[in-house]
Design a protein around this ligand. Structure first.
Ligand SMILES: NC(=O)c1ccc[n+]([C@@H]2O[C@H](COP(=O)([O-])OP(=O)(O)OC[C@H]3O[C@@H](n4cnc5c(N)ncnc54)[C@H](O)[C@@H]3O)[C@@H](O)[C@H]2O)c1
Length: 324
């Protein structure tokens, strides 16, 4: 598949989306962003506003008119807009159905109708694997048994995308991302710890037993993989795992955040009210993706999990300092 022509980035004012927009714009591609600003921010794309190759549409993927306007003359759709918070489904069981499954269906329907937009790039997740018995987990692992509504919704999206590709002539690349970290991130464990420690620098509440151990990838590596995989994809519907090759546990992340904030004698308190020491209902405790498929094609992450976590902590702290 080729990276050329005008592109649409849904969710392009969010964390990963805005970093992707930066790289697409720097490559000289015309970019349209469609974002409802539920979690995104105009500030993330402020540097491009007024640029002739850039258009920001504040609108919703669930709204056909907004989608139609945003997709006009586009060749590639990077569909990132979603409920990105795994935890949200525990208290609102409809959010993943609407923001992930239904929104993706709307995007696919509009692509089916469009004369130009025939290539979809979709951000899926490691959570589709559930609690895999094979770690590192390869793309062909199965059966896939997600343990969160978020993971279930992304798996449903993948299935629907595959069917649209085979029935209606679309082509798609699906990325199953590990935990992505970096500047502009407004959710996840690093963000959570920084905020708790800003409110109380002597005590840190850790969700779960702290032994949850997962792969973290810096957003720069994520965006790099995004474009690399697209250009290398051979199949009409291609799936790639994207992550780092090691894991880091939550206790280590807590120590890094404490260190980077220059704090001492912080007491760690564990909230272990969810079975198995998980952080929340639906939390997968151990995750590491087998990335050999991407590596064989020539991509590899520049940062490991520890480096990614440390760099992201520094970047977020720097942003927060700038804002205060
Ligand atoms: N961050 C991660 O670790 C990670 C890991 C795996 C997959 N993903 C996926 O990558 C994508 C981007 O994640 P992120 O971390 O940048 O999250 P994010 O919340 O920062 O970005 C999502 C963006 O989509 C927008 N949005 C949400 N619903 C919308 C709708 N109906 N219409 C238009 N815009 C809408 C939000 O305002 C936000 O700007 C998501 O699909 C997420 O599920 C993220």
């Amino acid at each position: 598949m080729r990276l050329e022509g005008k592109v649409l980035v849904t969710g392009g004012a969010g964390f990963i989306g805005s970093h992707l927009v930066d790289v697409l714009m720097m490559r000289g591609l015309p970019v349209v962003v469609l974002d409802n600003m539920s979690r995104g921010s105009g500030e993330n794309v402020a540097r491009w506003i007024g640029h002739s190759g850039f258009r920001l549409i504040i609108g919703d993927c669930l709204n056909t008119d907004d989608l139609r306007k945003a997709m006009e003359d586009c060749r590639i759709v990077f569909h990132l807009a979603a409920n990105s918070e795994v935890r949200a489904g525990a208290s609102d069981t409809k959010i993943d159905l609407e923001q992930n499954i239904l929104a993706t269906y709307k995007v696919l329907e509009e692509m089916r109708r469009s004369e130009t937009a025939k290539t979809l790039v979709f951000t899926s997740t490691s959570t589709v694997y559930g609690e895999a018995s094979v770690i590192p987990t390869p793309e062909n692992y199965g059966p896939l048994k997600p343990i969160s509504l978020y993971g279930a919704s992304k798996l449903a999206c993948e299935a629907m995308i595959s069917a649209f590709c085979h029935m209606f002539g679309l082509e798609a690349v699906v990325y199953r991302f590990a935990n992505i970290v970096g500047s502009r991130s407004r959710h996840g464990v690093i963000w959570d710890f920084i905020h708790k420690l800003m409110a109380n620098p002597s005590k840190l509440e850790i969700l779960g037993d702290g032994r949850q151990s997962k792969s973290y990838l810096h957003v720069s590596d994520c965006v790099d993989a995004f474009l690399f995989g697209l250009e290398k994809a051979q199949e009409r519907f291609e799936v790639f795992n994207v992550g780092s090759e090691d894991r880091v546990d939550v206790n280590t992340i807590a120590k890094i955040v404490v260190e980077e904030m220059g704090l001492n004698d912080v007491e760690f308190h564990y909230r272990v009210d969810v079975e198995g020491g998980r952080g929340w209902i639906g939390d997968v405790k151990f995750m590491l993706l087998d990335i050999s498929k991407m590596k064989k094609l020539g991509w590899k992450p520049r940062h490991n999990s520890l480096e990614s976590v440390r760099a992201a902590t520094r970047e977020i702290l720097k942003e927060l300092k700038r804002l205060t």
